[in-house]
Design a protein around this ligand. Structure first.
Ligand SMILES: Cc1cc2nc3c(=O)[nH]c(=O)nc-3n(C[C@H](O)[C@H](O)[C@H](O)COP(=O)(O)O)c2cc1C
Ligand code: SF4
Ligand code: SF4
Length: 269
């Protein structure tokens, strides 16, 4: 059996959760590939038996870059499961993810979610605050990854052979408030309000290119001839990756410049 864990991550939290879920499968002798969704990236899903799909919550829903990717991806009627991370209010995220895969016809084997602290840098403690105590993903959620993996494997093994038709009885889940938040905060507005227009402190930048090559999932960062990053604000999805993970803290915005970086999960990109 082979499992793909397909995930989107801005600052590495969902990547960490995917990797912990992966360990749960590997302990049960199932091989796992971790696949990070990035603008323009394509994957061959035909070699997998189960596909796990994960994303962070962005304004109570899955980031549009993910749902757009899923609608176009050829997931080939595979059994799947969905997972998300959030600061504690995932809202419709899990539902959005499974809804976006509905057309594949692959049955959804289960859902799980982990919470921690939000990666919105403007919500981080101020830079000079000595009380800063950033905690990570909830230990309780992490301790359940093994159980979840076992449940998914058991459900997969017990699937009747004609079961690859997904339940079409979706419960409509909307309210004026959620529609407002979704429309207003999950597109370019989100980037403007939560991250802000990105600028680079040229004196701090060490030209490592990490922001363009590794961190940004949306292709919004390219390097100029002088090896200083250039931002396409139109493509930015507001993931907070660059402002939190630049090793020199050289990327700043008016919203983020006085706050601590959130870089707990930088090793998971
Ligand atoms: C633009 C944006 C919007 C967010 N909206 C929410 C939210 O509605 N509810 C919540 O609990 N956390 C929210 N968060 C926090 C993230 O969901 C959380 O930090 C997540 O674990 C980040 O995962 P990542 O590092 O994989 O991107 C938001 C973060 C960003 C960047
Ligand atoms: S990650 Fe930071 S230091 Fe590296 S190139 Fe980008 S702005 Fe410069
Ligand atoms: S430019 Fe936007 S999408 Fe790219 S890493 Fe920075 S915040 Fe995320």
């Amino acid at each position: 059996m082979k499992v793909a864990l397909l995930y989107f991550t801005g600052t590495g939290v969902t990547a960490k959760y995917a990797s912990e879920l992966g360990k749960g499968f590997e302990n049960a002798k199932v091989s796992v590939d971790l696949l990070r969704i990035k603008e323009g990236k394509k994957f061959n899903f035909s070699i997998y038996d189960i596909i796990g799909i994960g994303a962070p919550a962005y304004s109570f829903r899955a980031p549009r870059i993910v749902t757009k990717f899923l609608r176009k991806a050829n997931l080939e009627k595979k059994p799947l499961f969905v997972f998300c991370t959030s600061g504690g209010m995932p809202g419709n995220t899990l539902w959005n993810l499974s809804k976006a895969t509905r057309k594949t016809g692959g049955i959804c084997l289960g859902y799980t979610s982990a919470s921690g602290i939000t990666n919105l840098r403007s919500w981080m403690p101020p830079k000079n605050d000595s009380r800063s105590n950033l905690s990570g993903l909830n230990d309780y959620d992490l301790s359940n990854t093994q159980k979840f993996a076992t449940t998914i494997i058991t459900r997969f093994e017990n699937l009747p052979s004609n079961s690859m038709k997904q339940n079409k009885n979706w419960i409509p889940s909307f309210s004026i408030g959620i529609i407002f938040w979704s429309l207003f905060f999950t597109w370019r507005w989100q980037m403007l309000f939560t991250v802000g227009i990105k600028r680079v402190d040229k004196s701090k930048c060490n030209h490592c290119r990490l922001c363009a090559s590794k961190i940004c999932p949306s292709g919004a960062i390219t390097m100029k001839k002088n090896n200083i990053p250039r931002f396409n604000e139109f493509l930015c999805v507001g993931c907070n990756g660059c402002v939190n993970l630049c090793p020199e803290d050289a990327i700043w915005t008016y919203q983020t410049r006085n706050h601590l970086q959130y870089n707990l999960y930088k090793n998971y990109l």
